[in-house]
Design a protein around this ligand. Structure first.
Ligand SMILES: Cc1ncc(COP(=O)(O)O)c(C=O)c1O
Length: 419
């Protein structure tokens, strides 16, 4: 199985459709759209979703843990004769005010002083990232990310043709327009930024006139250790108020309640939120009304208990994966120890190519994500992302044992990297 994908230029213009030659679509595309490539990860998901697979690949919540009964009740209520005229109707672009009030209260409880006017509801936090790219990035602007980083952010920003650089240790020849970070239990690394690193990022943004994008997708899923302040809260302290700060905080209900309802938000200075609202209007008018209303109902009914339950389940699975790695991983393998979230990042012996290893693993009904997908530039091919979210502890132990056997055998079996 080859994990390479056609570059559009190779085949557009030469496919025959009966007697009719396909139009040369490539020449019509915007330069930004030409740069967007199919996500290797989404393609992998099609293989990985086979029911016979033991998959550590999908960075998705366990569907068995969704608060289904609460959604059932809240959707029924939203569709009642009394409420349906509102839930099934068009609505304001900025989003359902009672839900923005609920989110603002949550943000304040994390130390981020804000009001509903600082919040735009989006179709998942992914839409927030896309709108931020559209708002801020001109061709050639420097966008700094960690290496590795969240692939979806790379996809969202790439269409606006930035020059990617590393957020720490990258070139400092010119200032960055945008500093994108996932500070809590990052996807894919599982790592958390320390308090001094957060402070330093805020100081840098002020010094360089940059905007920080704080992607807080996993921040509610802390299993251990003390909560750290959101970067946006540190920025508000330095700036005097949220309306003069330079951080856009992207939040989501995807990892806590449900990704399928597509409810996320951006919290930031009113000026930028207003401009993002105009861009969202052009994109989709507003996010689904009924989903916003049902999300508020579920959040009010059970958010805290539900997230407490999730933390307990994911923590036990993380522990099982860490124990299995320490038992079975061969010498020369290193991994992160996340304090929350869904991911462990593995660095394999230098000679092992994780993409080649993946092909061997799939033949044996095992899956993970080769790390190369998460680099904006030259990939570190001896890395992989493991997610512990979907499997019970005994399956994790057995799957990690088998993956580790493959890593150990890598040198002998021809999927070592050519040196
Ligand atoms: C770091 C990070 N940010 C954002 C997202 C997008 O999430 P959603 O659009 O479902 O809110 C994801 C999804 O996996 C993620 O891992």
């Amino acid at each position: 199985m080859m994990l390479t994908y056609p570059i559009f230029a190779d085949w557009i213009g030469c496919i025959q459709c009966g007697d009719t030659k396909m139009p040369d679509y490539l020449s019509l595309l915007s330069t930004g759209a030409r740069k967007v490539r199919p996500s290797e990860l989404r393609e992998l998901m099609k293989i990985i979703e086979r029911p016979d697979m033991v998959s550590f690949a999908g960075g998705i919540p366990d569907p068995g843990l969704f608060p289904r009964a609460a959604y059932d009740e809240c959707y029924r209520d939203a569709l009642s004769v009394l409420n349906a005229p509102r839930s099934l109707q068009y609505a304001a672009t900025e989003g359902y005010l009672p839900l923005r009030e609920w989110i603002a209260e949550q943000m304040r409880s994390k130390g981020l002083t804000c009001t509903p006017d600082n919040i735009l509801l989006t179709s998942g936090s992914q839409q927030g990232l896309e709108l931020i790219g559209k708002l801020l990035i001109n061709k050639g602007d420097r966008v700094c990310t960690s290496r590795p980083t969240y692939l979806g952010a790379l996809q969202a920003f790439t269409a606006y043709e930035p020059a990617f650089d590393e957020v720490t240790g990258g070139s400092r020849d010119s200032s960055a327009k945008l500093l994108y970070v996932v500070p809590d239990f990052a996807n894919p690394s599982g790592e958390t930024m320390s308090a001094p690193e957060r402070d330093a990022l805020v100081s840098r943004a002020h010094r360089e006139n940059s905007i920080i994008v704080e992607d807080a997708a996993y921040s509610s899923l802390r299993f251990e250790g003390a909560d750290l302040p959101p970067i946006a809260a540190l920025d508000v302290s330095l700036s005097g108020s949220i309306d003069t700060c330079r951080t856009l905080y992207c939040g989501t209900f995807s990892k806590t309640l449900s990704p399928g309802v597509r409810v996320g938000w951006v919290c930031g200075p009113r000026d930028l939120i207003g401009r993002l609202t105009l861009l969202k209007q052009g994109a989709d008018l507003h996010s689904s009304t009924i989903n916003q209303i049902a999300t508020l109902g579920v959040a009010k009914a059970c958010f805290e208990e539900h997230v407490t339950m999730l933390r307990g389940v994911y923590r036990a699975r993380r522990d099982a994966m860490l124990i299995a790695l320490s038992r079975y991983a061969p010498e020369g393998t290193a991994w992160t120890r996340p304090e929350g979230g869904l991911f462990i990042w593995l660095r394999l012996p230098q000679k092992v190519d994780a993409s080649a290893l993946f092909e061997e693993a799939v033949k044996r009904g095992l899956a993970f994500v080769p790390g190369a997908a998460f680099f904006p530039d030259e990939a570190e091919r001896n890395t992989m992302r493991l997610s512990y979210s979907l499997n019970p502890e005994p399956v994790i132990d057995d799957g990690i044992r088998r993956i580790c056997e493959l890593i150990s055998a890598a040198g002998d079996n021809g999927y070592a990297r050519a040196s």
